[in-house]
Design a protein around this ligand. Structure first.
Ligand code: THG
Length: 265
């Protein structure tokens, strides 16, 4: 399981403050903590800064990569911000994200086409959010098709079937899981991802919901997620779920995680 550390997101007040004050020490610490906890990418999002987003996102990429040796997940729909961030990024980033919305597809494609960059493909349709499992599957199919036509290797694509707050509609969980099951079966070479913490907005005990959600996702083939790697219980549950889902030969990673102390309090 590949975990993208979600914590450096300007929608979080402490991060917004640190970006505004150019507090590199704070951002470096959050990056390092997430890397130490097992993140494979560090999500960087400066979306609240609007016109300043390109400069703020670039600053975040530089600060993160000075602190640790991991690639970033460049979380922005803004082509100017993506372009600026890519200029300073070292290694192979995960671009977050492209969708079927025509302007966005055309603007983001050049940053993927002919490169090794990884891309998150959001199952949003030409005219907005899907409202069923079938919509998600159809959008994912078309988007994967368009990316493939443009020479993007399937292994570089992480399809995001859109995890939404369960408090807003009790059916979005099954929409997501059913779509995940179908997309994993149809495109075994494509990766799947979701923003795990989205599901729990508006509810108490959010961590519990996020932990259970990723386990259900793993059962349906989820192989990456944007989540909080500092939640040890979530990380432990991910290891156990992958072992139980048959993705851990000889229980090697489960046993290693046990030896490393991941399952102790
Ligand atoms: N798909 C893709 N990218 C995404 C998302 C997605 N990027 C953003 C988001 N969704 C995933 N990242 C987060 C980060 C934080 C939270 C949720 C999703 C979150 N934060 C608490 C809050 O806002 O209440 C924390 C508050 C705090 O600690 O300050 O819930 O779905 N491709």
């Amino acid at each position: 399981m590949l975990v993208v550390g979600e914590l450096i997101n300007s929608s979080r007040k402490k991060i917004a403050k640190a970006v505004r004050e150019k507090d590199a020490d704070y951002i470096s610490k959050i990056a390092r903590d997430q890397a130490d906890a097992g993140a494979s990418y560090i999500d960087v999002n400066a979306g609240i800064f609007e016109d300043d987003e390109p400069a703020c996102l670039t600053w975040l990429v530089e600060v993160v990569q000075q602190a640790i040796d991991l690639p970033c997940c460049i979380d922005s729909p803004n082509p100017k911000a993506i372009e600026a961030a890519l200029k300073v990024h070292k290694g192979t980033p995960l671009l977050n994200s492209i969708s079927l919305e025509k302007d966005r597809f055309d603007a983001v494609l050049p940053f993927v086409k002919g490169t090794d960059n990884k891309i998150i493909a959001l199952a949003i349709g030409e005219d907005g959010m899907p409202t069923s499992a079938d919509d998600r599957i159809a959008n994912a199919r078309r988007l994967v098709g368009h990316l493939k036509e443009n020479g993007v290797p399937l292994d570089n694509i992480h399809v995001d079937l859109l995890a939404e707050p369960i408090s807003s509609n009790s059916r979005v969980g099954t929409f997501f899981l059913e779509a995940l099951n179908a997309v994993t079966a149809e495109f075994p070479e494509v990766h799947t991802i979701c923003g795990a913490s989205n599901v729990s907005y508006g509810l108490p005990k959010r961590k519990l919901m996020n932990q259970v959600f990723v386990v259900m996702g793993v059962a349906m083939g989820l192989d990456s997620c944007i989540a909080n790697p500092l939640d040890r219980k979530l990380m432990a549950n991910l290891v156990a779920a992958e072992t139980l889902a048959g993705r851990d030969e000889f229980c090697e990673r489960y046993l290693n995680a046990y030896r490393d102390g991941l399952f102790s309090n």
